[in-house]
Design a protein around this ligand. Structure first.
Ligand code: DGP
Length: 114
């Protein structure tokens, strides 16, 4: 069996995280290396490696993650806007092989991304 990812270890409560929200399907916690004043990661509890391996049956789950992101943004009063980023694969800059949505806010974000 392959080794657990760091995010699976957070789900399994083997390592701590600053958790903002949890339900049966997902977990939201603060990024350990924030790239903006607010930097939250939203992850499914299901072990999905990346966008590239989302299954058709995950459609409702992915929709749920976006509704959770919307709710967290509201709760954190990110009224000036925010960015949701999903890195996928090596050239996409993905470091952890467990699907995760970055919620970034609190400063003017630039475009294009680096
Ligand atoms: P990505 O590059 O898209 O795979 O983003 C991975 C993010 O995960 C990166 O912003 C740093 C964050 N991260 C890595 N290890 C940990 C950890 O142990 N705890 C928390 N809270 N975040 C982590």
């Amino acid at each position: 069996m392959s080794e657990k990812t760091i995010f699976k270890r957070i789900i399994d409560q083997e390592i701590p995280a600053d958790i903002l929200y949890e339900d049966d399907l997902c977990l939201a916690f603060r990024d350990i290396s924030p790239q903006a004043p607010t930097h939250v990661l939203v992850i499914p509890k299901k072990e999905i490696v990346s966008v590239a391996t989302i299954a058709d049956e995950d459609q409702a789950l992915i929709g749920h993650l976006y509704l959770v992101i919307r709710n967290i943004a509201k709760q954190l009063e990110l009224d000036n806007g925010y960015r949701v980023v999903v890195n996928c694969g090596t050239e996409g800059g993905q470091a952890v092989d467990h699907l995760h949505f970055h919620l970034l806010a609190g400063r003017q974000l630039t475009w294009p991304p680096g």
